[in-house]
Design a protein around this ligand. Structure first.
Ligand SMILES: C[S@@+](CC[C@H](N)C(=O)[O-])C[C@H]1O[C@@H](n2cnc3c(N)ncnc32)[C@H](O)[C@@H]1O
Length: 224
């Protein structure tokens, strides 16, 4: 991980920036997740990198039996506890070590959180452990092409940290660049079927840039 504590420092401005930014713009990443969610009635959902919990509230309202959240930032978890129905279901911790039992979750959702990991495979193994048979993983992450360009490197396989500005350049985040093959590694395909793949349209991108690169990579995977 690049900097586990960064959301302790930027959490408040991230929450404020996100709220203001999406008060006038469509949140395409959230729309992607909503469009790929199964019927949540009676289901157990886990939001990895749940942040301040606004998505958890949505899954609760959609009829999920239980919604859990894990985030490495205690500040973000404290903020989430203020808005969700079941604050005891929120954990401070890393998504590659989740305090839930084997086959206890039906749907895992990760919105803009996977890319903070230095090693995606360890988290994929953990997701597969806690998912029920046929359980699904729905994720949106910063696009590898965009993060590669942001590193300024000539080597696509570089492991450099990316610095990116969000929400009209008001919030600065840092995370390691991941290649496309890191997202869809051999370990990933050993544990999941790729059910659907999308990338942000270059029309009205969430994070505009001169080269019109897609802002996010989004996918749905089903446990094998
Ligand atoms: C860009 S924010 C997204 C928050 C929320 N999902 C949203 O869409 O508003 C990324 C979140 O991932 C969390 N995070 C980073 N590394 C993590 C890890 N290894 N395990 C769990 N959460 C992590 C951060 O603390 C932060 O709250």
């Amino acid at each position: 991980m690049v900097n586990d504590s960064q959301y302790e420092e930027i959490g408040a401005e991230f929450i404020d920036g996100q709220r203001k930014y999406f008060s006038t713009k469509t949140d395409h990443a959230r729309e992607f997740i909503r469009s790929r969610l199964p019927d949540l009635s009676g289901k157990a959902v886990l939001d990895v990198g749940c942040g301040h919990g606004s998505d958890i509230l949505t899954y609760e309202k959609l009829g999920a039996r239980e919604v859990y959240g894990i985030d490495i930032s205690s500040f973000m978890i404290e903020e989430a506890k203020k808005v969700v129905k079941s604050p005891d279901n929120l954990f401070v911790g890393s998504m590659d070590s989740i305090p839930l039992g084997d086959r206890s979750i039906d749907v895992i959702v990760g919105r803009f959180s996977l890319h903070y990991l230095s090693e995606l495979d360890k988290a994929y193994e953990e997701f597969a452990r806690i998912l029920n048979d046929d359980g699904s993983l729905i994720a949106v992450a910063h696009h590898p092409l965009k993060s590669f360009v942001q590193t300024g490197s000539r080597d696509y396989t570089n492991k450099d940290n990316v610095e990116m500005q969000l929400y009209d350049n008001k919030v600065t985040i840092r995370f390691p660049h991941h290649t496309l093959k890191e997202f869809f590694s051999d370990a990933f395909f050993g544990l999941f079927y790729l059910d659907y793949l999308d990338e942000e349209s270059s029309i009205d991108p969430e994070y505009p840039n001169e080269q019109n690169l897609p802002g996010y990579l989004a996918f749905k995977a089903i446990k094998r």
